[in-house]
Design a protein around this ligand. Structure first.
Ligand code: ZN
Length: 347
């Protein structure tokens, strides 16, 4: 299987995030990709290739132009005002309640306007990494269009929390959504996105919520108790033409092992088959792992191999896009377990 990865992704390293009221080292860090690359190397069944460059135009397929411009200029505006000692980070947010929706002129106001939480800080070199991650997803989509059965876009920073004009959850540009849109524009009639990250893919849902040509299915921790808290419930089924093309399968935190996860996955795969997908994009978050430090499911490596096998049985062109997963020591082998399961899936 081809793996698309760029060393430029190392350029994004945020210093801190706040967890339970405490500043802590950011869980989303370059070492995550290193562990995946190590495991891929040990496996031997993969070839790692660099992405092509696509510029910013494909980002505007799913994001607003003003948001993409903001991401590019945020650091220079921040540095001009505050210097380069600290990462650019919001402290004041626009709420859907009682505040006016106008874009402030000041960088602190802009950061809050375009963020929904404090986990997506911007560093001096973040933009290069963000852009290279999206290039990886787009290169993978092109390879699928050229006939590859499955490709893994090893993207970081991840993307599935990024909405049309919002960053958050370590995400800036929605790589999976752009990959799906690329497949659509190049001729795949129907594209299904299955998000198996522990956290609901709020950004991807928002992008495709009113569309019937891209199905979004997500299996995740119940948002009544888990991030992103305000979206990801089972009664969100899509709107307008998109009604019936959004399926959320929230599962309880703390006690979700394979006995609960397996049936949810089955439901997801049946929905994708009923939809009649021509291609499949997997938002491959690995934070459903039993030892993940910030998530609360209980999946193990055997379960990941089984997920891969079941995905393979759909027999669809499949583009894996890397998302979350923070148990760094096991992250590489868990990720490879899914991909290996897929490659060894009985036809
Ligand atoms: Zn996650």
């Amino acid at each position: 299987m081809k793996v698309i990865y760029s060393e430029k992704q190392r350029l994004h390293r945020v210093k801190y995030e706040f967890l339970s009221g405490e500043p802590t080292a950011c869980f989303e860090k370059p070492e995550r990709a290193d562990m995946v690359l190590n495991a891929i190397d040990q496996h031997g069944g993969f070839s790692v290739i660099a992405p092509n460059s696509y510029g910013t135009e494909p980002m505007q397929w799913v994001h607003t132009a003003d948001y993409v411009e903001f991401l590019q200029s945020a650091w220079s505006e921040w540095e001009a005002r505050f210097g380069s000692e600290h990462d650019a980070s919001p402290y004041c947010f626009i709420s859907p309640r009682h505040l006016r929706h106008r874009i402030p002129k000041d960088i602190e106001g802009k950061l809050g306007y375009y963020s929904f939480d404090m986990t997506a800080a911007i560093t001096k070199t973040s933009w290069e990494a963000i852009q290279s991650a999206t290039d990886c997803a787009l290169t993978a989509a092109d390879l699928i269009m050229q006939g590859e059965q499955a490709v893994f876009a090893l993207c970081r920073p991840p993307g599935h929390h990024a909405a049309p004009d919002l960053m958050g959850g370590y995400c800036y540009i929605n790589n999976a959504a752009i990959a799906a849109e690329s497949l659509r524009r190049q001729g795949k009639g129907k594209v299904a996105i299955l998000d198996v990250d522990y956290h609901h893919g709020n950004g991807t849902q928002s992008i495709f919520y009113e569309r019937d040509d891209v199905l979004f299915v997500s299996i995740h921790g119940d948002p009544d108790y888990d991030y992103p808290h305000y979206i990801g419930f089972a009664d969100e089924v899509g709107e307008g033409a998109g009604e019936g093309y959004n399926l959320n399968l929230p599962l309880p935190q703390g006690k979700t092992d394979w006995t609960l996860y397996g049936p949810a996955l089955q439901t997801a795969l049946e929905k994708i088959q009923q939809f009649g997908a021509d291609a499949l994009v997997i938002s491959l978050g690995m934070d459903t792992y039993e030892h993940d430090p910030i998530s609360y499911f209980k999946l193990n490596r055997d379960n990941y191999a089984e997920i891969g096998r079941q995905l393979g049985q759909l027999q669809l062109p499949t583009l894996f896009v890397f998302e979350g997963g923070y148990a760094v020591d096991d992250l590489g082998h868990n990720t490879v377990a899914v991909l290996d399961g897929y490659m060894n899936s009985p036809a």
